[in-house]
Design a protein around this ligand. Structure first.
Ligand code: COA
Length: 165
């Protein structure tokens, strides 16, 4: 029988990708056969990195994992998920503060397509306190971000803020 691959789309702004995101992808692969990390052009935030820069950084990070695909996407998430024949949207939940917006997005996406499920994983406790905004802030003000982002992202962040690496 021709079995369809179990694919999940993990959408986000990824401005930039953090170790929290990487941990979530790895754990998602315990459930799904392939994860598409979908980097959004349209997000409510104004990103520091261009779409191409965000995609390139994430691609470099996952280049050794052939079950992780990094792609840019624009427009409605649900249309993109459908076009990839994915069964689920994967999202991480860090704290209660994330819940309300995640709940709204999951319900809206369900309304748009009832065949696509949103699957939440609790973020590993090690990454509960981090966010892309916090990391950018620390990097900008000269703080040490070693260990919370992959090395290639750390370099790009320091470059953006004119720091020597
Ligand atoms: N560990 C650490 N941090 C994490 C994390 C994890 N596991 N998961 C998320 N975060 C952080 C991110 O760093 C980010 O921090 P920031 O707010 O400081 O930037 C924050 O949590 C949430 O970011 P992210 O997970 O990237 O989601 P998002 O809110 O940026 O993405 C989209 C929202 C892109 C998925 C949503 O706007 C979308 O679907 N857009 C497409 C248009 C559309 O279809 N809209 C209708 C949706 S119903």
């Amino acid at each position: 029988m021709d079995k369809k691959k179990l694919i999940a789309v993990y959408p986000g702004t990824f401005d930039p990708l953090t170790n929290g995101h990487i941990s979530l992808v790895k754990r998602g692969l315990d459930i799904f056969e392939e994860i598409i990390l979908a980097v959004a052009l349209h997000s409510p935030k104004i990103p520091l990195f261009s779409l191409q820069e965000r995609v390139d950084m994430a691609r470099k990070t996952f280049e050794h994992m052939d079950n992780v695909l990094v792609e840019p996407f624009e427009g409605l998430l649900i249309d993109y998920v459908r076009s990839k024949k994915a069964r689920a949207i994967l999202r991480g939940m860090r704290a209660v503060a994330d819940f309300e917006l995640e709940f709204q997005m999951a319900l809206m996406n369900r309304r748009l397509d009832r065949n696509i499920q949103t699957v939440f994983l609790m973020t590993d406790y090690k990454w509960l306190y981090i966010s892309s905004t916090l990391i950018k802030d620390v990097a900008k003000l000269g703080g040490d971000i070693h260990g919370v982002v992959p090395e290639n992202v750390q370099k790009e962040l320091y470059k953006k803020f004119g720091r020597m690496v």
